[in-house]
Design a protein around this ligand. Structure first.
Ligand code: NAD
Ligand code: UDP
Length: 349
């Protein structure tokens, strides 16, 4: 299949291109590079040994999208494009709603005009809010998000559900990612946050490489085995493969066994490992695998954080034949290989 990857120059998108090529697909990438660097795409080309089309454009730019759909026969879209910094979304809600929501509105409209009605949407475990059940299954009710970023995911899920309900030719796959970390085993591509990292693993690797003095651990009085927050970390390459597995829906949706006829066309999956690790578990695993010390201090809880979040990933296994292969040690090893080989990310060149 030929897949349009919006936001394909970013962290998850760049890894997904590789897995798509390995599975025999091809891609067209569109990204405005607001949170990424074209160097990532050059390195992906090096890894796969092939060039692929890239358009520097905003997905809110209808003309550019229209041109791309006219130029290439696109079978399906994977929408990674979106702003994702939780804290920034609190201070710039309008910018987040405008970018993330309008981007998808324009994209969906252009897609239907060109008769392409297959989409995979990057959603997040954040839509469960403080989850009603652990481990979280897809039946777990959606919850109250604690920031505008989370609401864009929750609301866009609803938009996609409604679009599919109105026109059953659409195939909509909502992938709810848990906590992606790790990097491609080559060490050539990885997560490259702008400024001070918000997320745990880039903060750990930047501390290890000397860019940050120490890790701040946000709270050690949660109701978890050691008091620190528990999450379901998933290797980004496993996550990327989850997208390849989800393409099965577009190839033959009738093969997805559990669906009743009236439900065909809408597919929701958790992508996680099903294992929960605390902040301290991750710090210890990182130190052990990589032989480096991570100095840390305990800080106040971070507003909006929950104690525990991990999923039951069995639906994706049963219906898509996908399950995560890598464990926490490989995730820590590959995150460190990327950071230590590229201390300043793509700016190292
Ligand atoms: P990322 O920021 O590395 O990638 C997103 C890409 O989208 C960037 O390259 C950015 O330049 C591009 N972009 C943003 N707005 C755009 C626009 N209007 N037009 C064109 N390009 C635009 O983020 P990522 O970690 O690769 O995440 C990919 C997707 O997965 C995002 O939608 C994110 O919200 C979602 N997600 C990420 C995580 C995570 O922890 N990384 C978890 C759950 C969901
Ligand atoms: N965390 C931390 N220090 C940091 C960043 C994160 O202690 O500098 C904790 C955070 O409180 C949570 C876990 O690490 O328990 C994962 O946070 P992250 O922001 O990576 O992902 P989230 O699950 O919040 O989306």
């Amino acid at each position: 299949m030929k897949i349009l990857l919006t936001g394909g120059a970013g962290y998850i998108g760049s890894h997904t291109i590789i897995e798509l090529y390995k599975a025999g697909h091809s891609v067209v990438v569109v990204d405005n590079l607001v949170n990424s660097n074209q160097e990532a795409l050059r390195r992906v080309s090096k890894i796969i040994g092939e060039e692929f089309p890239f358009e520097k454009a905003d997905i809110r730019d209808r003309e550019s999208l229209d041109r791309l759909f006219g130029q290439y026969h696109i079978d399906a879209v994977i929408n990674f494009a979106g702003l994702k910094a939780v804290g920034e979304s609190v201070s710039k809600p309008l910018e987040y709603y405008e970018n993330n929501m309008n981007g998808v509105f324009v994209l969906l409209d252009v897609m239907r005009r060109h008769g392409c009605k297959n989409i995979i949407f990057s959603s997040s475990a954040t839509v469960y809010g403080d989850p009603a059940i652990i481990p979280i299954t897809e039946e777990c009710p959606k919850g109250q998000c604690t920031n505008p970023y989370g609401w864009t995911k929750s609301m866009l899920e609803q938009v996609l559900i409604d679009v599919q309900k109105a026109d059953r030719e659409w195939n909509v796959v909502l992938l709810r990612y848990f906590n992606p970390i790790g990097a491609h085993e080559s060490g050539l591509i990885g997560e490259n946050p702008n400024g001070i990292p918000n997320n745990l693993m880039p903060y750990i690797t930047q501390t290890a490489v000397g860019l940050r003095k120490e890790l701040g651990i946000f709270g050690n009085d949660y109701d978890t085995h050691d008091g620190t927050g528990v999450r379901d970390y998933i290797h980004v390459v496993d996550l990327a493969r989850g997208h390849v597995a989800a393409l099965k829906v577009f190839e033959n949706r009738n093969e997805i066994s559990s669906q009743r006829d009236e439900e065909k066309g809408l597919y929701i999956y958790n992508l996680g490992t099903g294992h929960g690790y605390s902040v301290l578990d991750v710090v210890k695993a990182f130190e052990k695998v990589n032989g480096v010390k991570i100095p840390y201090v305990i800080k106040e809880r971070r507003p909006g954080d929950i104690a525990t979040c991990y999923c039951n990933p069995s639906k994706a296994k049963e219906e898509l034949g996908w399950e995560a292969q890598y464990g926490i040690e490989e995730m820590c090893r590959d995150s460190w290989r990327w950071q230590s080989q590229n201390p300043n990310g793509y700016e190292s060149l």
